[in-house]
Design a protein around this ligand. Structure first.
Ligand code: BG6
Length: 510
């Protein structure tokens, strides 16, 4: 794995702190949080004085926990898995810095004793390592524990910021299940913590290419003047995955594609694309502009939303089963694995410009991109030439797995006749930068260390996002009799194509 690219001169130094991971034995800790911490350690961005404390129900000693994390990391290197470099070997110094002061507490998140023990332990760890009382609590636990864990932290006096020390809590997604539960969770959390202490994580915001949308728009004089309803016909945001629900059938059955992806990841891409330029590059200014986008969105109408569920099919030559045959999924499941929708943002920049969004599992290809279609040039001057139509102009921001940007326009085909061909200019990250393969969590965790909330979701943003999708979630409580309605390996159900066709448009191929 590779360091986050930064130099000491440009980068603020993370202050001493303890990091407590609730859900230490879980998948998220192993797959993403620990590898990210290791990467930060490799790049010298981990606090100099640092102590990691794992908390989980499982009875085990710290050596066993540590060995399982190490084995996983080394296994990832061997397989060349996500966030690792080919042939990478464990950097012993970085690993020792990360794990040298590590400890493990077993305890039930539902019991006050767990938190009282933690409070004693933290005092001791802080004293031994000179951590200045700073603590980052990371809730890598199931959603149902978010609110109660924060309450227990409060009751054990662990969230009080005394003598300049900070206490911050990172909460994973899904933040609520719908508008009412997101509001209830916020109420519970904000009864204990201030908004400044809460870091609601959305890992899409840790992706370099997502952060680059702001650079593209606001660090160049080129795009912003044409970034509006005068010049843009519509926007398409696609997040297609080839994976199915894997081992997460139980979670996915009660979640579905809409809740899993839309008010969080997909809406973050939309907000980055649609937000107004902030006055300054600080968390409050940026988050306020994003919140305005959500507040200007019309609630989603049922006729503008499509849902789908995958049937068996073939993806890159491999036959895969349908959703209803996946482990822990009901054979009559009504859960959607695909959604497409048309959204409208009712403000001066975007009124009348449709934003079409789609996301789904088991689709043709893995691809996340934002495609901006510009309005057509007038045709009149080519009327008496062999040109019979003009190709479309697109700016395509490629988020993953391709990382870059493409601009598609018309060019004259060389020769005596006037004919046009669609051509493209491309920018690929790899051609310009030596990229650090990362899990996406590095930047986000580092930002919590230094108290920068820019890339985290604020309560009002999330609530407005839920408000947009809530009417459709309510209607979708009734099963769709056409399920399953798309073959694995396809671009989703026909209704998704029809959503655009009825307005004379079509999706770009996946
Ligand atoms: C997660 C969803 O938040 O994001 C998953 O729960 C989804 O269902 C994943 O597969 C996609 O993230 P990435 O980084 O792999 O595109």
């Amino acid at each position: 794995m590779n360091p986050v690219s930064a130099t000491a001169k440009q980068t603020p130094v993370a202050p001493p702190c303890a990091m407590v991971i609730f859900g230490a034995g879980g998948d998220l800790t192993k797959r993403l949080v620990m590898p990210a911490l290791y990467n930060l350690s490799c790049s010298g961005l981990l606090p100099k004085n640092f102590a990691l404390i794992g908390v989980d129900l499982v009875e085990q000693d710290v050596e066993t926990w540590l060995a399982s994390l190490r084995d996983f990391l080394v296994g990832t290197f061997r397989k060349g898995g996500e966030g690792s470099e080919p042939g990478e070997v464990l950097n012993d110094a970085a690993w020792s810095h990360l794990t040298g002061t590590m400890s493990y507490l077993s305890g039930d998140f539902g019991k006050p004793e767990t938190f009282q023990n933690l409070a004693h332990h933290l005092k001791d760890v802080d004293h031994r390592n000179g951590l200045g009382g700073n603590v980052l609590f990371y809730l890598a636990v199931a959603e149902r524990f978010f609110g109660s864990t924060v309450e227990h932290l409060g009751q054990a006096g662990l969230t009080e910021e005394v003598g300049g020390a900070w206490r911050r809590v990172v909460i994973e997604k899904p933040f609520g299940h719908d508008l009412a539960s997101a509001q209830a969770l916020d109420k519970q959390v904000l009864a204990v913590l201030t908004e400044e202490q809460v870091y609601r994580i959305d890992h899409f915001l840790g992706k370099e290419t997502v952060q680059n949308i702001m650079a593209l728009r606001f660090a160049n004089g080129l795009f912003e003047p044409i970034w509006n309803r005068d010049r843009i016909d519509h926007v398409q945001i696609t997040v297609s995955e080839t994976v199915g629900v894997e081992r997460r059938g139980k979670f996915y059955e009660s979640t579905g594609a809409m809740r899993d992806m839309v008010p969080n990841h997909v809406f973050q891409l939309l907000a980055m694309t649609a937000m107004e330029p902030p006055a300054t590059f600080d968390a409050d200014a940026i988050r306020a502009k994003k919140a305005e986008v959500f507040a200007s969105m019309h609630p989603l109408e049922l006729s503008d939303a499509v849902r789908g569920q995958y049937a068996p099919g073939t993806i890159t030559g491999e036959t895969v089963q349908g959703y209803r045959s996946e482990p822990d999924v009901s054979p009559e499941s009504a859960t959607e694995t695909f959604v497409a929708m048309k959204l409208q943002i009712d403000n001066w920049r975007w009124a009348g410009v449709p934003f079409y969004l789609r996301t789904g599992k088991r689709m043709t290809k893995r691809k996340t991109e934002i495609a901006i279609r510009f309005k057509q040039a007038p045709f009149a001057m080519f009327r008496d030439t062999p040109v019979d139509s003009l190709g479309e102009n697109w700016l395509i921001i490629q988020i993953q797995p391709e990382e870059g940007m493409k601009l598609r326009f018309n060019a004259k085909v060389p020769g005596p006749l006037l004919t046009f061909e669609k051509v493209a200019m491309s920018f690929n990250y790899d051609d310009w930068f030596k990229q650090a393969p990362a899990t996406g969590y590095e930047t986000l965790i580092f930002d919590v260390f230094i108290g920068d909330a820019t890339l985290f979701q604020r309560a009002d943003q999330l609530e407005s996002a839920w408000k947009v999708v809530q009417p459709v979630l309510d209607s979708w409580a009734k099963p769709d009799p056409s399920f399953p309605n798309y073959a694995a390996g396809s671009a989703g159900p026909n209704a998704s194509d029809e959503l655009l066709q009825r307005e004379g448009r079509e999706w770009l191929p996946i």
